[in-house]
Design a protein around this ligand. Structure first.
Ligand SMILES: Nc1ncnc2c1ncn2[C@@H]1O[C@H](COP(=O)(O)OP(=O)(O)OP(=O)(O)O)[C@@H](O)[C@H]1O
Ligand SMILES: [Mg+2]
Length: 401
């Protein structure tokens, strides 16, 4: 028996996307080319400021997994490594041995002249490093870059290494840019015990930035490459990703899988409902510590009510009040209901139902929740009265439970 027709080529053709290119939404590598980076002014200004004050201390950029920490660091390496600066980067806090071998690579002569002039400049001792670095830097400011700082928490060698780096910094007047999770700010102080670090949180992307992230990726597929996403889909990607770039890219990729399976070919064919489905299929979401935690911990059969509740809680529907959720659940079970029918079904006065409907439609300006794509209900007519059903993108949450 033939199941799903999976034809990526025809799907790509319909959008004018290059055939042999990788999908544009790979969310794994942070070392993307410079043109694909969406600018992040706040962090950029923060880093530029500390780099130009010329002081020597730690500056720490932090945020949850997938927010773009490694991307910020790769931007910084690219931006600062130049004539008057020497950038030395570490993908995670280095142990003492790793510092020594990394510095030895920096000290290696890069050409014949340096080789003749430089002589033998390797070292096996951490104590020689400041002096050697100072002479190798030739007046350039040294900037260390260290990613994944949270790893010092359960690796004492890495924690010690960070302290070695601090001593090197003090004697070479260099700056260190660190990135890591929010709860991992290293408490480093200088010899007088004063605070030696500054920190700045990386904020989630706004709607425009998420769209720019997606648009830039699509543009690598050729000219002109069309977008498979409708406006509603883009809004849904923004609200479901909560501005987290990795999640936004994962949603795009998963939605494409679904679109190809379902034969949704051509420009703008991926709608909000497809994104909502992608969101459900993508779970589990990684938590703060970067550990995959299943959203559902018990088998669904045992406790359908609680599991359903928890899965709903992890979407934007979790932002709604109890009554608003009760209303949506009722309408999910009884599509195309009038306010009278809902009132009878929920055993509440009709006026109350009108108030709840107003809220889930987003009419009550003061009670609108950020991140909820109002209106949530679709209106139709039944027996001359208004009837309500869940919008596709909302009902797909319930449908996938
Ligand atoms: N400013 C940006 N512009 C374009 N793409 C970005 C930007 N920030 C992040 N991304 C993309 O989002 C994904 C996640 O980013 P990144 O790997 O930098 O996150 P992270 O915070 O380092 O995550 P982790 O904590 O898991 O290391 C990557 O694919 C990256 O290319
Ligand atoms: Mg990272």
């Amino acid at each position: 028996m033939f199941m799903v027709k999976y034809d990526e080529t025809s799907w790509r053709n319909a959008l004018g996307w290059g055939k042999d290119l990788e999908r544009p939404f790979s969310a794994s590598d942070a070392t993307i080319s410079h043109e694909l980076i969406v600018e992040f002014d706040e962090i950029k200004n923060f880093l530029n400021h500390h780099v130009t004050t010329g002081k020597d201390y730690f500056v720490y950029v932090y945020g949850p997994t997938g927010i773009g920490k490694t991307t910020v660091l790769s931007w910084a390496i690219n931006a600062y490594n130049g004539n008057n600066k020497l950038v030395i980067d570490f993908i995670s806090p280095p142990t003492q041995t790793e510092i020594i071998s990394r510095i030895n690579r920096v000290l290696e002569p890069r050409n014949l002249i340096e080789r003749v002039l430089g002589g033998k400049r390797r070292t096996d001792s951490i104590h020689n490093i400041p002096e050697l670095l100072n002479s190798a830097a030739k007046g350039r400011k040294i900037i260390f870059v260290v990613d994944e700082v949270e790893k010092i928490a359960n690796d004492s060698e890495k924690a010690k290494g960070l302290n070695d780096l601090k001593n090197i910094m003090e004697r070479t007047h260099s700056l260190t840019i660190l990135a890591g999770l929010a709860n991992a700010v290293p408490h480093l102080t200088d010899s007088e015990g004063t605070r030696l670090w500054y920190n700045q949180q990386i904020k989630p992307m706004d709607r425009g930035q998420v769209i720019e992230l997606i648009t830039k990726r699509i543009s690598t597929m050729g000219n002109p490459a069309k977008s498979p996403f409708s406006q509603e889909a883009l809004d849904e990607i923004y609200s479901l990703s909560q501005g987290m770039p990795r999640r936004a890219l994962e949603l795009c990729n998963k939605a494409i899988d679904i679109a190809i399976d379902d034969g949704l070919e051509g420009e703008g064919r991926i709608d909000g409902g497809t994104i909502a489905r992608a969101h459900v299929e993508l779970r589990p979401i990684k938590n703060e510590a970067g550990i995959s935690k299943p959203a559902v911990t018990e088998p669904r059969k045992n406790k359908p009510g609680r599991v359903q509740e928890r899965m709903i809680e992890s979407t934007y529907l979790g932002l709604l009040t109890k009554s608003e959720k009760k209303l949506l659940e009722y309408i999910h079970a009884h599509p195309v209901s009038t306010a009278e029918e809902i009132a009878a079904g929920l055993d509440s006065p009709k006026t109350t139902i009108w108030v709840w409907i107003g809220r889930v439609q987003g009419n009550d300006k003061e009670r609108r929740k950020e991140g909820v794509p109002y209106p949530l209900l679709e209106e139709s007519e039944k027996d001359g009265r208004k009837a309500y059903s869940l919008k596709n993108s909302v009902s797909s949450y319930y449908a996938n439970l």
